[in-house]
Design a protein around this ligand. Structure first.
Ligand code: DC
Length: 246
């Protein structure tokens, strides 16, 4: 029995090694589960997973900590001048079986998910110089392929030649409810209405900003997961990957 299981495991490993590696770009609205899909897919394929939103969140945390955001307004020239001092990395956390985001050597994975960062990240992500710096880093991370990256401009700007592009969406109400459940489970007390408003505001800013607005790449496949379970989504995505890998 052990021998059979071990053989299956080795065959799968070998299969993963001989398959050509591709780039998978997953874009879509906030809180629609892009990262969950991307993470699971990367684990399945033995690929690197990068949550590009975490990078904009880390820059926002830096701006908040250095008092570069007041009354919702970002001191853009100052933040741009300090960009060379911002070092963002991802380190695998074996306990959580996922990568954590590091800002200048500090693990900020939890802090970047909290409301103060969520409330201010959109204006930071509209700054062209911030985007250029993040895009450079992202392209560097994907240069050897074998990567699943999720964000807003991955299929349109970061990897326009990605072999597989997905555009994930769900209704704002469903996304707000998911976010509410997630924060409540962590013990945070935030009202559903505040979250819904934040989701709608972020959709608006993300899709109307001048630099790299959120839009579906022409060759992206749409996944509306409003009424889909996680298993259904993974089955759908796995099929699309199989088609691409032949
Ligand atoms: O996916 P998220 O909600 O963690 O993203 C945080 C913010 O960063 C959100 O306002 C959109 C922005 N973002 C972006 O502009 N481009 C990306 N590639 C990823 C995220």
């Amino acid at each position: 029995m052990f021998f059979v299981v071990k053989s299956i495991y080795l065959c799968r490993k070998l299969f993963k090694m001989i398959l050509p590696k591709i780039v998978i770009a997953i874009d879509g609205h906030s809180s629609c589960g892009k990262s969950t899909i991307a993470k699971a897919l990367a684990a399945q394929l033995g690929y690197i997973f990068i949550d590009s939103g975490a990078m904009y969140r880390a820059v926002t945390l830096f701006a908040l900590r250095t008092n570069l955001i007041a009354d919702g307004k970002v001191d853009e020239p100052k933040l741009i001048s300090l960009l060379p001092q911002i070092k963002i990395e991802f380190h695998y956390n074996p306990e959580k079986q996922k990568s954590d985001t590091y800002l200048n050597g500090e693990n900020v994975e939890d802090e970047i998910r909290q409301l103060p960062v969520s409330l201010h990240v959109s204006p930071v992500a509209t700054i062209a110089e911030v985007r250029a710096a993040m895009v450079r880093l992202q392209q560097e991370m994907g240069k050897n392929k074998g990567i699943v990256m999720d964000g807003r401009d991955i299929g349109t700007v970061v990897f326009p030649d990605a072999e597989l592009k997905l555009f994930v969406t769900a209704s704002p109400e469903i996304r707000a409810q998911r976010r509410f459940d997630e924060l409540s489970a962590k013990g945070e007390t935030v009202s559903y209405d505040t979250i819904l408003q934040n989701v709608q505001e972020r959709d608006y800013i993300d899709s109307t900003r001048e630099v790299s607005p959120l839009r579906k790449a022409d060759d992206a496949l749409v996944l509306d997961n409003s009424n889909m379970t996680r298993e259904e989504q993974m089955a759908w995505v796995t099929e699309r990957v199989k088609e691409r890998l032949g």
